[in-house]
Design a protein around this ligand. Sequence first.
Ligand code: ES4
Ligand code: ZN
Length: 322
Amino acid sequence: DTLRRVLQQMPKAELHIHIEGSLEPELIFALAERNGVKLPYGSVEALRAAYAFTDLQSFLDIYYAGASVLLHEQDFYDMTAAYLRRAEADNVRHTEIFFDPQTHTHRGVPMDVIINGIHRACQDSPVSATLILCFLRHLSEDDAIATLEAALPYRDQFIGVGLDSSEVGNPPEKFARVFARCRALGLHLVAHAGEEGPPAYIYTALDTLNVERIDHGVRCLEDPALTARLAKEQMALTVCPLSNIKLCVFDRMERHNLLELLDAGIVATVNSDDPAYFGGYMNDNFIATFEALPLGLSHAQRLARNSFAAAFLPAAQKQQYL
Ligand code: ES4
Ligand code: ZN
């Protein structure tokens, strides 16, 4: 129908995509073969069958296993190029791509291999694409600081930093010093908060880390004062509907709170998170959400507009979409 066509065709920005989460099972097996990496799964089908998650950690265990096939610059290039082709097909005009260097440097992959491979694919794509380096929050702050140091020779190849991996027990304030350094370096700041973690983690992401967007943030509605503050400050949330269902943050899409967030005046956006693992890319997320919730044309326009308003783009580049 027409709403579906509008969702597919409207220009949009993606602000929450982990590039390692775009690795499709077929590419994981092709890279395993190419690199002589042994996988604990016998086939593409066996790997896909393991994608039955109960929470964030059950997903992360498989996501890190999948990323173990990435060794050479060409592997990072091929992964990123494949994602960008899918994004282009969904009429994504701009994307801000997360990458997790520690997942790779801890296996002995040099920082330049990671960043150069991902960045070169971005330069070769017709889609506007920038990079956000994420620190793994289950590791120490000292490890994050060492990772930042290793990435600084490539400072011009990423625009910001984020915080991802296991949320509960690893609050934002654990990374206060490294985020303060990144802020002084002029990097954009974001953090995952309020996905599985409580509203208190959203407060410390804002007040201790000084982030400019909250990734997920859906648990903010448990705290009316926080909800009002996010709306008043026009602090964007990068919401990932299919991810939230696959990781059991909501038990089904009809229970998702995206419409409540919009009705509260919050700058919510729709994103794919880890599209190869969660059942779809950008347009799949829009369509699944609009099929389950009473959302219409005006919400589609609002979400597309929000995605550019919240993007880390020069005013001249975002103006054409607002
Ligand atoms: C992630 Cl959904 C999600 N949450 C936290 N960390 C992540 N890394 C990749 N996907
Ligand atoms: Zn995420």
